[in-house]
Write a protein that binds this ligand. Sequence first.
Ligand code: C5P
Length: 214
Amino acid sequence: MIIAVDGPAASGKGTLAEGLARHYRLPHLDTGLLYRAVGLAVADREDGPDFEPAAIAAAQGLDPAQLADRDALTSAEAGVLASKVAVIGPVRAALFDFQRSFALQPGGAVLDGRDIGTKICPDADVKLFIQADSKARMERRARQLEKRGLVVDRYALYHQIEARDARDMLNPNGGFYKAADAHLLDTTLLDIEAALRAAIEIVDRTMALKAGDR
Ligand code: C5P
């Protein structure tokens, strides 16, 4: 079973994907980490003339060991860098095979990102598109950062999330929209447990319908 979970920044898709992976005992890949790792690898060239070729080379040479430093990868700065390398077509192409192979491992997988249901796994068994309003997403991300002992400027964070959403939505090489066959789950008013219960219900119902069709 392949489960695709897409949605904008801080929508709760990562936590939900992790919960689904635990529930169904499937491996999980947070595909945002790949773009974040590429972004961090070229941080010192940000907005410079060789940013693009350097990002392409970093994506082509990405080593899974670069996904280990979660604190650096999940920083707000890494998120901004990720969204800048994510608009580069050859970067996306270079990361495609890694994501596709992960999805196709025996037994299945849960992947979360922006284009899983549209580009990486258009054939996924279940697709979820997670949304939540921008203020709720900002507040969640702020609490995550505060838990790590960081001081958060909520106003700046809100604008950073909005700017990242805008860049993502306009990404010409993206595919950052809800697939026609994806189930929409709005988590604005749901806590983690309620959102996970709703997601499990959607997965179970979809799989039962598929089994009935066979
Ligand atoms: O999901 P996360 O916030 O970690 O993603 C960071 C950035 O990586 C996104 O803003 C987006 O630009 C990019 N991304 C992408 N395709 C994916 C996952 C993330 O372009 N499948």
